[in-house]
Ligand binder design. Structure first.
Ligand SMILES: CC(=O)N[C@H]1[C@@H](OP(=O)(O)OP(=O)(O)OC[C@H]2O[C@@H](n3ccc(=O)[nH]c3=O)[C@H](O)[C@@H]2O)O[C@H](CO)[C@@H](O)[C@@H]1O[C@H](C)C(=O)N[C@@H](C)C(=O)N[C@H](CCC(=O)O)C(=O)O
Ligand SMILES: Nc1ncnc2c1ncn2[C@@H]1O[C@H](COP(=O)(O)OP(=O)(O)OP(=O)(O)O)[C@@H](O)[C@H]1O
Length: 511
């Protein structure tokens, strides 16, 4: 579809975003008004002739605009003019909102071509997204359809691209590109994680979710570059219910009532719970069977049984959310059951065991109080009779509260702790570890600091003399470590566990 600059300006004016009238702009832009916008971009490195270039971001510099002009940008959008660059300027009052509307306008609202499911919450977004993708894919395969799309912290698959993700929820232009790929690929379903930052910073401002699921709300992402207060964090997440047709809400958890109240904006509400029997999808009777988690659920009055192929009773609530969404779409029970049994989530409750069974290693992404509490509860409940050893660190430069949270939860639950690096950024990993240790000391739990993560994992595995459950927490599937001068690629925790368990006397048990 052609996008003439004149039509684009009318759209911005319609949203009250133009900082001059269309007439004033028209006089200044003259015949440019009839020019076609060939691309919208906020990255000068991607500009082609005819591009509408958007100047945004804390790190933006005027020479990016100069580069965009050299590469053929036709006009630029920003909140203030850059006098030093001779290019037609379109002034807007809110660049973030204007960027989101520009992206959906230029890509012609691609999400209308498929069923878009958004998942938000403090913990479980990636796991639930993978569960849903597995269910959609079994269903699509059963009827000769295409695999579903996924936009998550771990992986982005849009029907054209399949690659590890850089963010949980991309910025608007990248997001709409993925939606446009999914439309061109003819996908029926796309599942995406919606982070609180995405909602707060208008990354999904103009997006309409067919279904939006709210899993839970804890205390996380409170920092100068994320959310100034918990209230801002929660309010940001609740915004998802003002842009969805069907809302899926977790009953029986903290702040369920506020979630339910916000969900009334949707045309339809479906509830799920593992504690509140009033829920439309009510899960119960969970038990561990080997590496599997078995549970029952009453789904809109029908009694059903399910199996999760991964441990972690807390994953039952993620599965219930996925069951609620699948039920909304009328996906057959056997496809839902097969999808949940088959689903694996990189870096989430990944289990590796030594051949002699003495060491069970769990790799998990848990990196805040809520997920640490759930991880240790699962460890004690599902792996009884083992010495619990925890290995973790904390990010540098943000979410500083985690150092206390993780230190206290680990000290209260583990028999031994290895403190090591996570994503230190500009901070010294040893100093971060020592700060965490200051919260462990009052508990008297023994610990040691080994800054090199690979060396810490190797030491922990070889030091295990009695039946041990070793929890490698915080990095999950990640292979990149954020350091002072950028990201450094290294082995994932799973790579290290497999390597050092194989080196260990017992070798590595088969899958
Ligand atoms: C606070 C925040 O979210 N910032 C995001 C935002 O940064 P920004 O808008 O300030 O842009 P920037 O990175 O400073 O770059 C400035 C601009 O210069 C442009 N540029 C750059 C170089 C060049 O040669 N030419 C050029 O035009 C860039 O395209 C960019 O538009 O847009 C960037 C991409 O354009 C993101 O990388 C960046 O995420 C940062 C790294 C970040 O840490 N984000 C976190 C807070 C976040 O969003 N996390 C959530 C997950 C939270 C959770 O765990 O649940 C997420 O959804 O990922
Ligand atoms: N429903 C849940 N409740 C509490 N903790 C959970 C739940 N689901 C997963 N977790 C824990 O949180 C960790 C992260 O899970 P997951 O990656 O699915 O959540 P997320 O919301 O995507 O996290 P993030 O926002 O940090 O990317 C898991 O490894 C597990 O330890």
């Amino acid at each position: 579809m052609k996008h003439l600059l004149a039509d684009y300006l009318q759209m911005l004016a319609g949203h009250g975003l133009l900082s001059q009238t269309v007439e004033t702009l028209g006089e200044r832009l003259g015949e440019s008004l009839q020019r076609e916008i060939t691309l919208v971009s906020c990255d000068s490195r991607k500009v082609i002739p005819g591009t509408l270039f958007i100047c945004k971001g804390a790190g933006f510099r005027e020479d990016f605009l100069r580069m965009a002009k050299e590469r053929g940008a036709a006009f630029y959008l920003s909140e203030k003019p850059y006098e030093g660059v001779d290019l037609p300027w379109i002034g807007v009052s809110d660049i973030r909102a204007a960027m989101a509307h520009s992206a959906s306008f230029c890509y012609d609202r691609p999400w209308e071509a498929f069923r878009l499911v958004g998942i938000t919450g403090t913990k479980g977004k990636s796991t639930t997204a993978f569960f849903l993708k597995a269910i959609f894919d079994v269903y699509e395969k059963s009827r000769g359809g295409r695999p579903s799309g996924l936009i998550s912290t771990i992986l982005t698959e849009d029907g054209k691209e399949s690659r590890p993700s850089r963010m949980t929820t991309p910025e608007p232009i990248e997001l709409e590109e993925h939606f446009a790929n999914a439309r061109e690929a003819g996908l029926d379903y796309v599942t995406m994680e919606v982070s609180s930052q995405a909602l707060k910073y208008d990354r999904v401002l103009d997006v309409q979710f067919d279904v939006a699921a709210f899993l839970n709300i804890g205390y996380d992402h409170i920092s100068p570059i994320e959310h100034p207060t918990w209230e801002d964090y929660f309010a940001s997440k609740l915004r998802i219910f003002s842009q969805c047709r069907t809302a899926v809400v977790h009953l029986g958890v903290d702040h369920s009532e506020e979630m339910l109240a916000a969900a009334q904006k949707a045309r339809k509400v479906i509830t799920f719970s593992e504690t509140d029997e009033r829920a439309d999808v009510y899960g119960y009777g969970m038990k561990k069977q080997g590496r599997e988690t078995h549970f029952k659920a009453r789904v809109l009055g029908q009694e059903r049984e399910y199996i999760l192929g991964i441990p972690g009773f807390f994953n039952v609530s993620n599965a219930l959310a996925a069951i609620a969404v699948a039920e909304h779409y009328g996906i057959p029970y056997d496809c839902v059951k097969e999808g949940l049994k088959r689903a694996r989530v990189p870096g989430r409750m990944e289990e590796y065991t030594s051949a002699d069974g003495k060491i069970v290693t769990i790799i998990d992404y848990a990196h805040n109080r809520l997920s640490f509490e759930k991880l240790f509860a699962a460890a004690k409940e599902e792996f009884p009779g083992r010495r619990i050893v925890a290995l973790f660190g904390a990010s540098g430069g943000k979410a500083i509260n985690r150092r206390r949270d993780l230190g206290e939860v680990a000290a209260a639950n583990a028999d031994y702790i290895y403190l090591t690096e996570d994503d230190p950024g500009r901070e010294d990993p040893t100093r971060i570890a020592e700060e965490i240790a200051s919260y462990i000391k009052p508990f008297g739990t023994p610990y040691e600091i080994i800054p090199d993560r690979k060396e810490a994992i190797r030491t922990a595995i070889h030091a295990a003399k009695e039946p041990t459950l070793l929890l490698l927490a915080g990095k999950g599937h990640e292979v990149m470590v954020r350091r002072a001068n950028g990201y450094e690629k290294g082995p994932s925790d799973a790579d290290c566990a497999r390597k050092y368990l194989t080196d260990y006397d017992g070798g590595l048990a088969g899958d």
